[in-house]
Design a protein around this ligand. Structure first.
Ligand code: TNX
Length: 766
C-alpha cells in the first residue's frame, strides 16, 4: 500500500476537467450554479445555445462606474479562469453586443435577474451588489462545463435574491498567519460564492496580527512567538502582522467584491499576546511567554480598571478607522473570568457594581464596550458567552457557536444572531478519512454534514427568524499552518455554507448540489484554490480478510475500478462488493456520476503487507473526546498523526492473530503544546514503569492485562522511532489496543503506522 502523501490532494484535475459536466446545454429548470438561484425558468421559444467567443462584448451604461467595475471584473475573471476574452464597452458598440449590464429600479439590494436568450445575455439589477452577483452567476454559467475558451449557454431566465444577509466565513489569522495576498485570494473566492462577510479573527493568545499605532508593542512583541521544539512551525520565531496600509488595501479589495470585513479583537480573554506586550492591562496570572505557542484555554484576562478600558478603546478607535463596516467583533469566548476573583481591581469594580459573580463582571465588560462602539455608530458582535451574566446590550449581535440554541434564544429576545455551530461549521475539522487530509481537528465534518444544516427550525416564530442574520463557517487555524491547507479546509465546504446562506430551503437538495459539485471544484481549481476533493473521492479500507472495501459518497454516483494499472473509465467494473485479491494487485478506483468521471483516481498497490498496515487515521482512537490530526516536525517526510494527545491510545480492529507474529509500530514524539482546560479534556495518563514510558499492546479490551510491553527508547520532541513487538501465540481475530504509558505526555508519542508481520521476526528493531 502506498504511503500516505500530503500531495495526494494535488491530483490532476485537468484529466477530468473537460468532462466534469455534460456539454454546455443545461436544462432550464436547473443551472449549474452554486448557490442555487431563487428561480430558474425556460425562455419561451428559445432553444439554441448562445455562443460566447473571444471578442464577445460586455456593454455597460455610460456614466455607471460601478457597472463598469463589475463588467471589468467579469471580463478579468473569464480570462483568468477560462482563457476567454470578453472586452468591455461603455455606452454603445457598433455591432452586436453579447452581454449587457443594465439597471432597473424594480430590483433592490442583492437581487438581480439574468436572461440568456437569442437576444444575448442581459443582467439587470437596481443596486451595485445585485449587478455584481448577476455577473458572478454568469461567470458560473460560462464555466459550468469546466472547459477553456468559447462557451455555449442554454437560454434561461434567472431571478435571484439571497435568503440571509450575513453569509460568512471566519478566518483565524492569529493562530497561523496568512499573508495579505492570501486573504485577498480568499475574499475573491468568497465573493464568487456570494459570501459577503469575512469575520477576521485578528488577535488571540498566540498572536496579535493588527498594527496599532498607539501601542506598537502589540505587534513588536505580540505578533511573534517561539515555537516549541518539535513543533510543525519549526524552531525560528513564528509570526507576522498586517500593517494598517495592508489592511486598508484588503478592506478596499473586499469592498470592491461586496464583502464586508468584521474585525475581531478578542476580550476579555484570548489575550495572552497583548498582555505579553502590555502586562499592565492584565488581571489574574502573570502572562507567560511559554504558553504563547500552545493551543487551548489560558488563565489570562484583561483587567477591568479604567486604564485598561482606555487601552481597549484606543485599540477599537484605530480598528474602527480601518474597518468601515458596522460590526466589530470583540470575542468574549472561553474567558476564565474566575481569575477576576483574585484581582484587586476586579474586586473593587465588582464591589462598586454590587455584583459577586464574575459572569456579571463579564456582562459589565460587554455592556461598557458595546456602549463605546454604539457611540461611534458601530454594533458589537460577540461569541455566545456574552449571553451569560446578565442582559445583552440591545444592539449586540451573538455569534452562536455552542450549537444554535444561544443564537435562537437571543433572537427570541429580539437580538440579532449569526449561527456558526461547532462542530459542523468548524472547518478546522477533517472533511474526509483519508490519511492525506490536511492537519486539523480529527472529528469528521463532511461536505454533506455542512450542507445538511438548516438554520431555522420549522417551529421558529417568524419574528424570531427575522433576527437570524445568517450563517458562517469558521476556519480556526491552530493546526492549519499553510495557505494550501487553509484553502483545502475552507473549500468546497464554504460552497455548502453559501448555498445554505443564499438559497431558499426548497431550492436545496444534497443530490442536486452533488451534481453541481464537479463544476464547482473545477472553478475553485481554476481560481488557484487548493479545494479538497474528499467529497468526490473513493476511500479504501483494508478487509474483510484479504480483501479491500471501497466506498464513495453514500448513494451518489458509482465507484469504478481496474486491477491492470489502467485509468478507470466509464466502462470499467463497477464496485459493488469487497474485492478479494489473490496476489499483489495494482488497484485504481474513481468515482463516476452518470458515466462522467467526477473525482481523482485512488491508486493503491494491494499486497499482503499493504493489507496488514494501517496509518493512524485508519486505526480507531480509544477515546475521541479530543481528536486531532496533528502535523509532525518539519523536515523530509513530514507526517500527520491522528491522536488524542490527552489519551494516546489506538485500536487496530480484527487482527488475524494466527498470521501475526510481530507488530511493528512507528511513532513520532509530538510536543504537548496544549493548555487543556482543567476538568474538560483531562489528560488520561497511563502510568509507566520507566521515565521514558512504554508501549503496551492488549487484546480485545484496552483495560485487559497487556499481551506485550515494550520500553520506549529515549527521544526528544520530533524524533521518530519504530518498535517491533513479538506477540505470544494467540489464535483467531481480535482487536489490538496500543497504549503509550508515561509520567505525563510531553512529548506525546503518536502512532504513525502499525504493521502486522507474519512469520519469524524479520530484521531487527530500529
Ligand atoms: C473554540 S469557538 C474557540 C477557538 C478555537 C476553536 C477550535 C470559539 C469562540 N473559541 O478559540 O480555535 O474552538 O475549534
Amino acid at each position: 500500500m502506498a504511503e500516505p502523501r500530503r500531495v495526494a490532494l494535488g491530483w490532476t484535475l485537468g484529466l477530468w476537467l473537460g468532462l466534469a459536466a455534460p456539454a454546455a446545454a443545461q436544462p432550464a429548470a436547473t443551472v449549474n450554479v452554486i448557490p442555487a438561484p431563487l428561480s430558474v425558468a425556460a425562455v419561451p421559444g428559445d432553444a439554441a445555445p448562445v455562443r460566447l467567443a473571444n471578442g464577445a462584448v460586455i456593454l455597460v451604461p455610460a456614466g455607471d462606474a460601478e457597472a463598469l467595475r463589475t463588467a471589468r471584473y467579469l471580463s478579468d475573471l473569464t480570462r483568468r479562469t477560462r482563457g476567454l476574452n470578453l472586452p468591455v464597452w461603455v455606452g454603445g458598440h457598433p455591432s452586436a453586443v453579447a452581454i449587457t449590464l443594465a439597471r432597473s429600479p424594480a430590483l433592490q439590494g442583492e437581487a438581480y435577474s439574468l436572461e440568456v436568450s437569442s437576444a444575448g445575455v442581459r443582467i439587470t439589477a437596481g443596486a451595485d451588489a445585485g449587478l455584481f452577483y448577476g455577473a458572478v452567476t454568469l461567470w458560473q454559467l460560462i464555466t459550468a462545463d469546466g472547459g477553456r475558451g468559447p462557451a455555449a449557454l442554454a437560454p434561461v431566465r434567472i431571478d435571484d435574491a439571497p435568503r440571509f444577509a450575513w453569509r460568512g466565513l471566519m478566518i483565524d489569522s492569529a493562530r497561523h498567519f496568512q499573508p495579505p495576498a492570501e486573504i485577498e485570494k480568499l475574499i475573491d473566492a468568497m465573493a464568487l460564492h456570494k459570501l459577503n462577510v469575512l469575520h477576521w479573527h485578528l488577535t488571540d493568545d498566540q498572536g496579535w496580527r493588527l498594527q496599532i499605532l498607539k501601542y506598537p508593542r502589540l505587534t513588536e512583541v505580540g505578533a511573534w512567538r517561539k515555537p516549541q521544539a518539535g513543533s510543525p512551525d519549526g524552531t525560528a520565531r513564528y509570526g507576522g502582522f498586517y500593517t494598517q496600509a495592508e489592511v486598508r488595501q484588503v478592506v478596499a479589495y473586499a469592498a470592491a467584491r461586496h464583502v464586508t470585513i468584521v474585525p475581531e479583537i478578542e476580550m476579555p480573554s484570548h489575550a495572552l499576546s497583548a498582555l505579553l506586550a502590555y502586562p499592565r492591562f492584565g488581571a489574574g496570572a502573570a502572562p507567560a511567554r511559554a504558553d504563547q505557542p500552545k493551543w487551548g484555554g489560558f488563565p489570562y484576562v484583561y483587567n477591568v480598571d479604567d486604564k485598561t478600558f482606555g487601552f481597549l478603546e484606543d485599540v477599537l478607535t484605530e480598528v474602527m478607522a480601518l474597518f468601515p463596516g458596522r460590526y466589530v467583533h470583540v470575542g468574549g469566548d472561553e474567558a476564565e473570568r474566575e481569575r477576576w476573583n483574585a484581582a484587586p481591581a476586579a474586586q473593587a469594580r465588582m464591589h462598586e457594581l454590587g455584583i459577586s459573580d464574575p459572569a456579571a463582571l463579564q456582562a459589565y465588560f460587554t455592556h461598557r464596550t458595546a456602549r463605546f462602539l454604539e457611540a461611534h455608530g458601530r454594533r458589537l458582535v460577540g461569541w455566545d458567552e456574552i449571553l451569560q451574566g446578565g442582559e445583552l446590550p440591545a444592539d449586540a449581535v451573538v455569534s452562536s457557536w455552542h450549537g444554535i440554541d444561544g443564537g435562537l434564544a437571543a433572537a427570541a429576545k429580539g437580538h440579532d444572531a449569526v449561527l456558526a455551530p461547532a462542530p459542523i461549521f468548524y472547518f478546522d475539522n477533517r472533511q474526509g478519512l483519508d490519511p492525506a487530509e490536511p492537519p486539523g481537528r480529527g472529528w469528521l465534518v463532511r461536505l454533506q454534514d455542512v450542507y445538511g444544516f438548516e438554520p431555522l427550525p420549522p417551529t421558529l416564530p417568524a419574528a424570531t427568524a427575522a433576527h437570524i442574520l445568517g450563517v458562517q463557517g469558521n476556519v480556526w487555524t491552530e493546526h492549519v499552518r499553510t495557505s494550501a491547507d487553509l484553502e483545502a479546509m475552507a473549500f468546497p465546504r464554504a460552497a455548502a455554507v453559501a448555498e445554505t446562506a443564499w438559497s431558499q430551503p426548497q431550492r436545496k437538495d444534497w443530490a442536486g448540489f452533488f451534481r453541481r459539485l464537479p463544476a464547482e471544484l473545477a472553478r475553485e481549481r481554476a481560481l488557484g484554490l487548493n479545494a479538497d476533493p474528499a467529497a468526490v473521492s473513493v476511500l479504501i479500507a483494508p478487509g474483510p480478510g484479504l480483501g479491500v472495501t471501497l466506498a464513495g459518497p453514500a448513494g451518489l454516483g458509482e465507484v469504478r475500478y481496474t486491477t491492470d494499472g489502467s485509468e478507470p473509465r466509464a466502462t470499467s467494473m463497477i464496485y459493488d462488493q469487497p474485492i478479494t485479491v489473490a496476489g499483489p494487485t495494482a488497484l485504481k478506483a474513481t468515482l463516476f456520476l452518470d458515466g462522467v468521471r467526477v473525482g481523482p483516481t485512488l491508486a493503491r498497490d494491494i499486497d499482503a503487507s499493504g493489507l496488514s498496515s494501517r496509518a493512524s487515521q485508519e486505526l480507531k482512537l480509544c477515546n475521541d473526546k479530543l481528536s486531532l490530526n496533528l502535523e509532525g516536525a518539519p523536515g523530509a517526510g513530514r507526517r500527520t498523526y491522528l491522536v488524542n494527545p490527552a489519551d494516546p491510545c489506538w485500536i487496530f480492529t480484527g487482527v488475524d492473530l494466527d498470521r501475526t507474529r510481530t507488530v511493528a509500530v512507528s511513532f513520532e514524539r509530538l510536543p504537548f503544546n496544549f493548555g487543556l482546560d482543567p476538568g474538560h479534556n483531562t489528560v488520561m495518563v497511563h502510568p509507566s514503569r520507566r521515565a521514558a514510558g512504554e508501549l503496551e499492546v492488549r487484546q480485545d479490551s484496552c483495560t485487559a492485562d497487556p499481551l506485550v510491553v515494550a520500553s520506549l527508547p529515549p527521544g526528544h520532541p520530533g524524533s521518530r522511532t519504530e518498535l517491533r513487538l513479538k506477540l505470544p501465540v494467540v489464535s483467531g481475530r481480535h482487536d489490538l489496543c496500543f497504549t503509550f504509558t508515561g509520567r505525563g505526555y510531553d512529548p506525546v508519542p503518536s502512532i504513525d503506522r502499525v504493521r502486522l508481520l507474519s512469520g519469524p521476526l524479520p530484521g531487527r528493531s530500529k
